[in-house]
Design a protein around this ligand. Structure first.
Ligand code: CP
Ligand code: NVA
Length: 300
């Protein structure tokens, strides 16, 4: 695996290989078994948006692999002052062994990979959040035993999370149903991809999407960079909150996932969130293990 720019670039088999390695690294971490696959290697991390989980899990992860990280924020670096990505890519490639980037435009991540000469890992763009979805799939498999044939339901915004879940879920053989209001659907590129699968459903009715689901997932209604649309979005997404009435339509043993941060009382009720906290925080932990697997696959 050269880069992780988006799940669309991966095959289902490659995704499963990452999950298998992530499971192994999780086991080794829990049992104190050293795994310095990236001894002495440096991960450069670029953050043009806020982060808690991605920031900490990548830095802890590269350290556990025997390497270390250098963090660049938009503020305080020349990136924030408009230095072209083509130049940043060529400079950083001479210092570091891999780059993780969190930014707005997917094209910036693609360009970093195109102009640089080291592996690039997408730590979230407006278009997708592949590291998060690898951790989600890892968590679902951990609790359910397998992925194939399970029904994954996402309720909410056609955003980076919905996009990556559609692609990742379908590629590993899940049935995927998504509910979003008109005007907030995933981009055409994702819908075209999903159209190849009979087991994909897009609706504006959350009750229909959640029916018999094994996994129910949501995310914030207002993503980073969309803060000015908050009020309009709250109105558009009324009725898309994951509450106990909605969960009653899912399978009795359905599990909830949320990439976090969560807005209780908006996209999910406090009650449902806390009832599924064990799944949600295992998901957060699995960011660490899944990303270590991605770093080993791309940087070793
Ligand atoms: N889920 C996630 O990516 O969290 P952060 O924004 O805290 O990194
Ligand atoms: N959709 C959210 C995910 C945060 C991890 C955002 O982009 O802000």
């Amino acid at each position: 695996m050269k880069h992780l720019l988006k799940l669309l670039d991966m095959t289902g088999e490659e995704i499963i290989e990452v999950l298998n390695l992530a499971d192994q690294l999780k086991y080794e971490t829990k049992h104190g078994i050293e795994h310095h696959h990236l001894k002495g290697k440096c991960l450069g991390m670029i953050f043009e948006k806020s982060s808690t989980r991605t920031r900490v899990s990548f830095e802890v992860g590269i350290n556990q692999l025997g390497g270390y990280a250098v963090v660049l924020g938009a503020q305080g670096s020349q990136i924030g002052r408009g230095e072209p990505v083509q130049d940043t890519a060529r400079v950083l490639s001479r210092y570091v062994d891999g780059i993780m980037i969190r930014t707005f435009a997917q094209q910036e991540v693609e360009d970093l990979a195109k102009f640089g000469s080291v592996p690039v890992i997408n730590g979230l763009t407006d278009f997708c959040h592949p590291c998060q979805v690898l951790a989600d799939l890892m968590t679902v498999r951990e609790f359910k035993g397998s992925l194939e044939g399970l029904k994954l339901c996402f309720i909410g915004d056609g955003n980076n999370m919905m996009n990556s879940l559609i692609v990742g879920g379908l590629k590993v053989g899940m049935t995927v149903a998504v509910a979003c209001p008109e005007g907030y659907r995933p981009p055409q590129e994702i819908l075209d991809f999903a159209a190849q699968y009979d087991c994909f459903e897009l609706t504006d009715d959350p009750m229909q999407a959640v029916k018999d689901a094994d996994v129910v997932i949501t995310d914030v209604w207002t993503s980073m960079g969309q803060e000015e649309e908050r009020k309009k979005r709250e109105e558009a997404f009324a009725g898309y909150c994951i509450n106990s009435k909605l969960m009653a339509q899912a399978k009795p043993d359905a599990m909830v996932q949320h990439c976090l941060p969560a807005h209780r009382g908006e996209e999910i009720t406090e009650e449902v969130f806390e009832a599924h906290a064990a799944y949600i925080f295992e998901e957060a932990e699995n960011r660490l293990h899944a990303q270590k697997a991605v770093m080993v696959k791309t940087m070793a």
